[in-house]
Design a protein around this ligand. Structure first.
Ligand code: OAD
Length: 234
């Protein structure tokens, strides 16, 4: 039987693809304050600005390419049951070849009805604009979990992590809950790694083996090591 690997990823896994992380930029996110663009209040105040911000992020994402870390993670699937639980709203894990990706904070590629949240659509073209509506006539917004909103995907994520044999935490500051709290559900005895070049308090709090190297280098190396262990044990 294959072992279960759960990957918990954050902005750092996409850094080497040219997408900026959040906390490395003085509270600004691509020149915008997070509170100005990523909260329900921001949407109430200035929906045009919020749409513009996410339209720009989507365009930027589509010109970015998966890096060596995303591609290496996909390689694991031949030998392990792999689930990626990502805080990222980009699609670089999918484009890197991973087939089971759960997006805790939503997806840039999707829109959602403001009034009927069950209506979620893949975005055709690059933009959501004012006046774009769902099949019931309500305005569409990005299908992103904003600060202060519920995180519905946390329940399936907990189910995945409670069955993990190996947990790879990659490129997240572990500052944002409930995502970071997932690690409290890691089974006793599971192997837990953190790949992040910077100091990270989470490594102590959650007892992670901290590899202080960029994901583009460390992930392929760790993936090869895990595959080697499994194939030489057969
Ligand atoms: P952060 O910006 O908080 O953390 C990024 C982490 O990646 C930091 O610890 C960096 O040291 C690390 N890092 C930077 N470059 C790296 C590299 N090349 N390889 C590996 N690690 C690297 O991003 P997240 O933890 O993902 O939420 O942030 C969590 C959530 O807060 C986001 O999903 C977003 C944000 O505000 C929402 O939008 C709801």
């Amino acid at each position: 039987m294959k072992q279960n690997i759960v990957v918990l990823s954050g902005a750092g896994v996409s850094a080497e693809s040219g997408l900026k992380t959040f906390r490395d930029s003085d509270g600004l996110w691509e020149e915008y304050s997070i509170m100005e663009v990523a909260t329900p209040e921001a949407w109430e105040r200035n929906p045009e600005l919020v749409l513009k911000f996410y339209n720009e992020r989507r365009t930027q994402m589509r010109s970015a390419k998966p890096n060596a870390a995303h591609i290496a993670l996909a390689k694991l699937e031949e030998y392990f049951n792999v689930a990626i639980v990502t805080q990222n709203v980009d699609d670089l894990h999918e484009r890197g070849g991973s087939t089971k990706v759960l997006h805790l904070h939503g997806e840039l590629n999707q829109s959602r009805s403001v009034k009927h949240p069950r209506f979620v659509y893949e975005i055709e073209g690059n933009e959501i604009n004012m006046g774009d509506t769902c099949e019931r006539g309500s305005q569409l917004r990005p299908n992103i979990v904003w600060f202060g909103e519920e995180v519905p995907m946390i329940t399936p994520a907990i189910q995945l992590i409670t069955k993990a044999n190996i947990i790879l935490v990659i490129g997240t500051s572990l500052n944002v809950y409930p995502a970071a709290g997932l690690l409290y559900h890691a089974p006793y005895g599971s192997r837990k790694y953190l790949i992040d070049p910077a100091e990270n308090d989470g490594s102590v709090i959650y007892k992670l083996e901290h590899i202080r190297v960029n994901a583009g280098v460390a992930v392929p190396r760790l993936v090869d090591q895990l595959i080697h262990e499994i194939t030489s044990a057969d």
